[in-house]
Design a protein. Structure first.
Lengths: 195, 318
């Protein structure tokens, strides 16, 4: 069951790859990455990264109320899938869009406020990903509240990054922002109950 | 507006019999081929280079030798929020738009105001091709072979008076045909404007076609502005109102976010957008691993337009 959900969460990436190699078995307009392929890749990986991260965070309240067994097993693989998307998002920006030139990347990030926010969120998520290895499991379990704090910070920064780069107000980042406020509220409420 | 239409038939326009028969054969073979295509392909796209009757001439002074973007890139990737906010939305959502018949209302500080048919406004014998760079405020760019006439030629006919300091343009408002207008993305109808000096500059073009054929709906049919030294959003599409006035008009993007989009909106690598850099741009069609290129002052049209802004603080008047 966990494997099935993981596979589903990777479907957008598989479709994107098929489009990239031009082997999606659909004819017509949507069979490739369009006139600006690198933009298509950066946007798709970024959007799916934040969407899956939000789903990962939503599992906690669902599990809290339903006590479903799956809700204990899913967050880690889904969180890692989200990191995988965000990593692809960052790498396709850094290595392809900016040509891998460190100087240019640093200048671009400094000049572009929403990139600073996105970069900070990515570092948060990456740090959690790195300490989720099996060997660090006991340490990971001991510091669960700190870790979930870092993940929440990553999600807030990610939604902010998404919202900030749109030219006009778009529906999805607004919905994600509302969801994020609700999730943070719930988190504070339940953590207060515990203490 | 039909680009191919001409009042006088010139000798080189008369098709010889051999070409005529060859063409029939070609059309026949294409219709067979198109019947075998799965879907999503149209014949008009495969005949896009069908420009053997030159009723327009290339203006080599106002052209560039840089490689042109493909017809497909130009017509499937652009911003036209009247049809939606995605780059492929104009291509996908503009099929129901009716660009003919087309009238334009001329008003304000001019002697020849009134309602004009597009054919009375644009002399189809004077059409010329100009290959211009287009730089979007979002830091991507294209090279597009437009067909059109200088805006100045139209303005001269309309005889603006001495009070006319600015010329404002409006995009047609048709929510039933333009799904983007059903949402409050921007303050519809879309409005753009130029100073008279900018409007009369020989570079400023009213385009009715590209790649030798009529503008498609997604590109701003039947007539649009092309101001190559300014960010793309200044080049307003599907124009049905032109107004001459003394005060500076309020323009759509400036109303939406005045700190981000100024009235002038000249391409300027030195003045960044508050949220992103304008120093470099991605040329569409340069390939997956194509590097970004430096953005040029006035999009490379410095010689033609720099004198318009002499002594002006371009950081303040961005």
């Amino acid at each position: 069951m966990v494997k099935l959900f993981t596979l589903i969460s990777l479907t957008p990436f598989i479709i994107l790859s098929l489009k990239g190699f031009g082997i999606l078995p659909i004819f017509g307009f949507f069979s490739d990455l369009g006139a600006n392929p690198i933009e298509t890749i950066i946007h798709a990986t970024g959007k799916w990264g934040i969407r899956i991260l939000m789903i990962t965070l939503l599992i906690a309240p669902i599990g809290y109320y339903t006590q479903h067994e799956l809700c204990k097993k899913l967050p880690k693989p889904l969180g890692l899938v989200s990191l995988f998307y965000i990593l692809s998002h960052f790498l396709s920006y850094a290595l392809i869009d900016q040509g891998g030139d460190i100087k240019i990347i640093i200048v671009d990030i400094i000049e572009t406020p929403y990139l600073i926010v996105g970069w900070a969120g990515f570092l948060c998520l990456l740090s959690v990903g790195l300490i989720s290895f099996k060997k660090l499991q006991p340490w990971f379990n001991k510091n669960r509240s700190t870790i979930s704090g870092i993940i929440y910070t990553a999600a807030v920064l990610g939604v902010w990054h998404y919202y900030w780069q749109t030219k006009v107000i778009e529906l999805e980042p607004v919905l994600l922002a509302i969801l994020m406020i609700l999730l943070t509220g719930w988190k504070f409420k339940t953590s207060k109950n515990k203490s | 507006m039909s680009i191919k239409k001409s009042n006088t038939i010139k000798s080189y326009e008369i098709t010889s019999e051999s070409i005529y028969l060859e063409r029939r054969k070609l059309i026949k073979s294409m219709s067979v081929a198109s019947a075998m295509l799965p879907w999503g392909m149209t014949l008009s796209q495969s005949t896009k280079d069908d420009s053997y009757i030159p009723t327009y001439k290339r203006n080599s002074i106002y052209s560039t030798s840089e490689p042109k973007n493909s017809f497909e890139d130009i017509t499937t990737y652009n911003n036209f929020y009247e049809f939606g906010m995605g780059k492929s939305d104009p291509y996908q959502n503009s099929a129901n738009f009716e660009p003919a018949p087309w009238n334009v209302k001329i008003s304000g500080e001019a002697n020849k105001t009134g309602i004009y048919n597009i054919d009375d406004l644009i002399d189809s014998n004077a059409l010329e091709e100009r290959i211009y760079r287009l730089r979007c405020v979002e830091a991507w760019s294209m090279v597009i072979p437009w067909i059109g006439i200088p805006l100045g030629n139209i303005i001269k006919k309309l005889e603006p008076n001495s009070k006319a300091k600015y010329v404002a343009f409006e995009t047609v408002y048709r929510p039933s045909e333009m799904p983007g207008q059903r949402k409050r993305i921007l303050n519809w109808p879309y409005i753009e404007a130029l100073t008279m000096a900018e409007a009369m500059n020989p570079l400023t073009l009213i385009a009715v076609g590209l790649y030798g054929q009529d503008l498609l709906n997604q590109s701003g049919a039947p007539m649009r502005l092309v101001v190559p030294w300014k960010y793309g959003f200044k080049s307003i599409k599907s124009i049905n109102k032109i107004h001459f006035q003394e005060s500076q008009p309020k323009t759509s993007w400036n109303i939406a976010a005045s700190n981000e989009y100024g009235f002038y909106a000249n391409v300027n690598p030195e003045v960044d957008h508050p949220r992103w850099s304008q120093s470099r741009e991605r040329r569409i069609g340069n390939g997956f691993f194509g590097a970004k290129q430096p953005t040029l002052m006035f999009n490379g049209y410095q010689d033609e337009v720099a004198q318009l802004y002499q002594g002006m603080n371009l950081r303040k008047y961005f």
